[in-house]
Design a protein around this ligand. Structure first.
Ligand code: NAD
Ligand code: IPM
Ligand code: MN
Length: 352
C-alpha cells in the first residue's frame, strides 16, 4: 500500500456542504479500487467563516491547498456577501494562484428522460468542454471611474495571451487524441473581438496542423449556443475562453438534466487540482436536503480519474448511472429522494 491520498474538502456556502458531504461519502466505498488510504480534511472557508473572522482565505491558504493531492469544493456565493469577495479569493483565487488553466467540463446525458430536448439519447449528448480558466475577462483588470454618477466609466479588460490560449487548445487536442476522438471545435467571437480572438484563430489553426488525424472545426460562440441546442450530437470536444465556457456549460448542464448533474475539474496537469460541481450555492435550496448531489459526486469521479485512479472513477460513474436508471434520485431529476438518500443510493450501488 502506497502513501495516503490527501483530499481537502471546502463545502463552502448554501448547498455546497450538503453536496460535498455526499461526495465524501462515496470515497470510502472506492478505497479498495485505489489501494491506498484516502484522507479527507475539511476546510471551513466560505461566507460564514468570512463573516465571523473577516478572513476569506488565510494568508497561507493557497500553500495549504498545495499540500493536498486534490481539492473538492461545493460552491461559494452568499447573499450576505454581495460583492462575492470570498468566492473571488477562494475559488477564482485558487484557479489563478494554483494556475489551474484547464476547466474540464463533461456534458454527458445519462438517460433519455433527463434531456429537455425531444428524442435525444445518451449518444446524442456526450461531449467535453475545455474552458480556459486563468485569463480572459476574469483577470480583474480594470476599474470604475466616477462610480454611481452619470459620468461613470467602467472598464474590464479581456486578457488573451499566447501562453494561455496555446496551452488550453493543446490540452483539448491531446484529450481528443488520447480518447481516439475525431474532432475538436473552437468557439470564439473573432468577428467582433478582432484583436483578442484573432490570437485564438491563429493558435487554433497552428495547433490543429499538428493533429492531422483530428478534424478542426470552428463556430462563433453565438452560433455554437444555437447548435448545442439543435444538434448537440455533432460535438465531441469544444475549447473556448473563460467567459464563453462558463456560459455554455450551464447550457450543457441543462442538456444533461439540469445544473445538479454537471461536474467539473479545474486542472493543472500534474499539480494539485480542484474539482467542483458546475452549479452554485443555490441559496433557495440550502438546508432543505433537496439539492442533487450527483454533480458533486461526478466531480469526485473526475478527480480520481485525473489523479490516476480510473477504476475508482469508472465505479462511481457506473453507480451514478445505476441510480439514475432506477430513478433513485432527487426531485430536480424526476425522483423522490432527498440529498442524503440520493447519496446513500449511490453508495449502495457502489457496494453492490
Ligand atoms: P445556482 O447554480 O446556484 O442555481 C441556479 C438554479 O439551479 C437554481 O434554481 C438552483 O435551485 C438550481 N440548482 C443549482 N444546483 C442545484 C442542485 N445541486 N440540485 C438541484 N438544483 C440545483 O446559480 P445562481 O442562482 O446563479 O447563483 C447562486 C450563487 O452561487 C451566487 O452567489 C453565485 O455567484 C454562486 N455560484 C457559485 C459557483 C461556484 O462556486 N462554482 C457557481 C455558480 C454560481
Ligand atoms: C463557475 C461559476 C464561477 C465562474 C463564479 C462563481 C465566479 O459560475 O464556476 O462556473 O464564473 O467561473
Ligand atoms: Mn458558472
Amino acid at each position: 500500500m502506497g502513501a495516503d491520498v490527501k483530499i481537502a474538502v471546502i463545502g463552502g456556502d448554501g448547498i455546497g456542504p450538503e453536496v460535498t458531504a455526499e461526495a465524501a461519502k462515496v470515497i470510502p466505498a472506492v478505497e479498495p479500487l485505489i489501494g491506498r488510504p484516502v484522507i479527507i480534511e475539511t476546510l471551513p472557508w466560505g461566507a460564514d467563516y468570512y463573516l465571523q473572522t473577516g478572513v476569506t482565505i488565510p494568508p497561507d491558504g493557497y500553500d495549504t491547498l498545495r499540500q493536498f493531492d486534490a481539492v473538492l469544493v461545493g460552491a461559494l456565493g452568499d447573499p450576505r456577501v454581495p460583492d462575492n469577495r470570498h468566492a473571488k479569493d477562494i475559488l477564482l483565487g485558487t484557479r489563478f494562484e494554483l494556475d489551474l488553466y484547464v476547466n474540464h467540463r463533461p456534458i454527458k446525458l445519462l438517460d433519455d428522460r433527463l434531456c429537455p430536448l425531444k428524442g435525444r439519447r445518451p449518444q446524442d449528448v456526450n461531449l467535453t468542454v475545455f474552458r480556459e480558466n486563468t485569463e480572459g475577462l476574469y483577470v480583474g483588470i480594470g476599474g470604475r471611474f466616477k462610480p454611481g454618477s452619470e459620468d461613470e466609466i467602467a472598464i474590464q479588460e479581456e486578457v488573451n495571451t499566447f501562453k494561455g490560449v496555446n496551452r488550453i487548445i493543446r490540452h483539448a487536442f491531446e484529450f481528443a487524441r488520447a480518447r481516439g476522438l475525431s474532432k475538436v471545435c473552437m468557439a470564439d467571437k473573432s468577428n467582433a473581438m478582432t484583436s483578442g480572438h484573432a490570437l485564438w484563430q491563429r493558435v487554433f489553426s497552428d495547433v490543429a496542423a499538428e493533429y492531422p488525424e483530428l478534424e478542426a472545426t470552428h463556430y462563433y460562440i453565438d452560433a455554437l449556443a444555437m447548435y448545442l441546442v439543435l444538434d448537440p450530437g455533432q460535438f465531441q470536444v469544444i475549447v473556448t475562453n473563460n467567459l464563453f465556457g462558463d456560459i455554455i456549460t450551464d447550457l450543457g448542464a441543462a442538456l444533461q438534466g439540469g445544473l445538479g448533474m454537471a461536474a467539473s475539474g479545474n486542472i493543472h496537469p500534474g499539480r494539485t487540482s480542484l474539482f467542483e460541481p458546475v452549479h452554485g450555492s443555490a441559496p433557495d435550496l440550502a438546508g432543505k436536503n433537496v439539492a442533487n448531489p450527483i454533480g458533486a459526486i461526478l466531480s469526485a469521479a473526475l478527480m480520481f480519474e485525473v489523479l490516476g485512479f480510473p477504476e475508482a472513477a469508472a465505479a462511481i460513474e457506473a453507480a451514478v448511472l445505476r441510480s439514475v436508471t432506477a430513478q433513485q434520485v432527487t426531485r430536480d431529476v424526476g425522483g423522490r429522494l432527498g440529498t442524503r438518500e440520493a447519496g446513500d443510493a449511490i453508495v449502495r450501488a457502489l457496494r453492490a
